[in-house]
Structure formats: structure tokens, C-alpha cells
Design a protein around this ligand. Sequence first.
Ligand code: CA
Length: 229
Amino acid sequence: MNKPLILVVEDDGTVRNLITTTLKSNEYRFLTAADGESAIAAASIRQPDIVLLDLGLPDMDGVEVIHRIRSWSQMPIIVISARSEDTDKIAALDAGADDYLTKPFSVAELLARLRVTQRRLAAQENRTGESTFRNGSLLIDYGAGCAYLDGVPVKLTPTEYKLLCLLAKDVGKVLTHTYLTNKIWGSCWESDMASLRVHMATLRRKLEKDSSVQYIQTHIGIGYRMLKL
Ligand code: CA
């Protein structure tokens, strides 16, 4: 199997070196770009497996890079942002980024994010028009519109079921509050955000009751992710 090729987009030489050293010692191939234009060019010419993208670039906003790449490719993009760029991070996820890392991040965290993205890719490739979804003891039967835990039907409201399907469709990926409320109610008012929190809380109670298994992870201020078990 080919080693995955990672495009590292980062103008800060120190962070870039940390990332490329980590990639090199963990069996990844990589190429680098220090600004948005060369990142877009490298993405189209070299077709990397995953893009690691810093949001603060000298020539353009990282979110613009995502928009440009998304106009022709679904290649996974993991955003790297400073803590002060929280709203940019959300804009990046809404623009189609798959995941994010907040600076400063550890090498272990970087590798974990890469593994999550690779697992999600593998799951997508295996999921060609399947009528069911399995994850741990959870089974969704799309045809019947039902979810089961260990074979026992879970009583879900229509909104909870929709939320579960959205999270399952992008298992391993962080979905923002805006994305979810838009998918469910077609809007993202403050009241929708509040409803989302309520429905997500009841869904989690139904899925995670009586067990230590965690299916849904909360990203405070950002959104939710279904963990791949
Ligand atoms: Ca930067």
C-alpha cells in the first residue's frame, strides 16, 4: 500500500518543520506550501490524500483556500488554527474542512487527527449505497428508518433520527452547529441552536444510557462528531 501523501500548508517555518518531521517519522509522504496560491496549485497537481491547512496565510485567508479546493475536489482538509481564530475555524468547517487542530497541538494529537480522517475515508470507500450503517452496537436501518442498539430498537423522535443520520453519514468528522441546524431546520437562528442542544442531549441519553460507550463527542462552541468505534 502507498504511504499517504500529505500536503502541509503553513507559513510558519517552525510549525511546518514540526509537522513534516512528525510525518516523516510516521511513514507519511509529504509536500509543503507556504502560501495559499501555491497550496491550491500543489493540491491540483499532486492530488494529496489529506491537506493540513493553516488558516492564517500571508496571501489569502485559509477559508478561501478551502472554497477554491472544494470547487473541484472533496479531498480531506484538516485546518490548523490559533485559539484566537475560533470563528475562522467554524467558517472553515462550514466551508467544507473535515476536521481541525488548535495551535499549540501535540504530535500525538496531529497523528490522531490524521488517523481519524484516514478511517473516515476508508469507511466512505466501503459504503457504496449501503442500506444500513453499523458502528459498535449501533445499527441504523435506513430503509426502515429505525436505529437499534444491540438489536433493540431505540425510540427516537424524527429530529433525533435525522441528527443521528447526519452524524453517521460523516462519522469521524466534526459537524458545526450551523451545518446541523441548516440541514434540519433550514436556518441557523439562536433559537435553532438552543433546540439543537436539547435534541442532541436527548439523543445522547438514548444512545449512551447504561453504558460507558461514547458515540457522540461535543466540540464546545463548534459542533458535534460521531466517533468511529
Ligand atoms: Ca500562519
